[in-house]
Design a binder for this molecule. Sequence first.
Ligand SMILES: Nc1ncnc2c1ncn2[C@@H]1O[C@H](COP(=O)(O)OP(=O)(O)O)[C@@H](O)[C@H]1O
Ligand SMILES: [Mg+2]
Length: 362
Amino acid sequence: MAGVVMKDIRKAYGQVKVLHGIDLDIKQGEFVVFVGPSGCGKSTLLRMISGLESITGGEMYIDGQLVNEVPPSRRGIAMVFQSYALYPHMTVYDNMAFGMRIARESRDEIDRRVRSAAEILQLTPYLDRLPKALSGGQRQRVAIGRAICRDPKVFLFDEPLSNLDAALRVATRIEIAKLKEQMPDTTMIYVTHDQVEAMTLADRIVVLSAGRIEQVGAPLELYERPQNLFVARFIGSPAMNIIPATVTGTGEATMVSMKGGKSVRVPVATGTSEKGKAASFGVRPEDLSVATGEDYLFEGRISIVEALGEVTLLYIEGLADREPIIAKIPGILDVTKGETIRFSADPRKLHLFDAEGKTFRI
Ligand SMILES: Nc1ncnc2c1ncn2[C@@H]1O[C@H](COP(=O)(O)OP(=O)(O)O)[C@@H](O)[C@H]1O
Ligand SMILES: [Mg+2]
């Protein structure tokens, strides 16, 4: 099975350690997305799978074979980069055929693969064009087509859409989603810092930070059940609000140090609910709602209103000396800057983290 298995993968450039032991088991046909802040090691890890970067420690298996010392050309992978690097003097057809000609494939086989890739990527009408006569999105599709022609077992993408403008990015993302449907047996590993790409394309997301895996899970699993503060803040936009809290007894925790904050009972796992322990609540902007009665969580002054039509973002100040809390309310709201407003949230939607940032609610 053409999965990718990593065992304690490490990377150092001289004395500088970049990856600190990555364990990951990617199944054949899975679409896995690596996300994380710039510099966390996403590209390095992808390049180590491809063979473009040497492996300092650990074991890398592709299709069951240990590939640590196997050159890129023999790993059965194809890679698509941010910059598509097409040959400017060659037609779309020739750009896609080039690698196969070098590999001395037969003319018929080359033609079959180029036409099949062009069909998948809706490039058939453009096969005779030169790259300069294509849009950025079409050029990137040619680069993807060139990779498909190699008939890879594992497809690697490093931020393939980040050079495209917003509209083309959306269109090309949808093409990649279709590609995944049409190549169900091909393992795909995709690096991005774009949340929407990660959430919409991935079967599983791997969240990386500073050379370590923070969490691996299905997109909505990460959204609904982040294991720690890093993942909680990284997945979702605007980011989850974090509010200081104190555990007040077994089986509950109460919000503190927030002017206008009420206590709220949140069920917590037994054994982790020592009284007096510092903790923090997390509440997503979209899980806050405007409260009308006395049954509210906290109140605060609106410092900024961002009316986007489909949603209104409210920035709330006056809650101790912390950053503003952001609430995301559906639709258009009749509120003005400076007003004091009350919010409530379903306690089941509250997240709870201990002093080390680990989740401890049930
Ligand atoms: N060739 C190199 N030599 C030294 N350090 C490098 C090299 N390539 C990458 N790094 C460092 O490794 C870290 C991870 O880089 P990278 O994998 O490119 O991050 P990402 O793709 O997540 O933005 C960064 O701190 C970067 O500076
Ligand atoms: Mg990178």
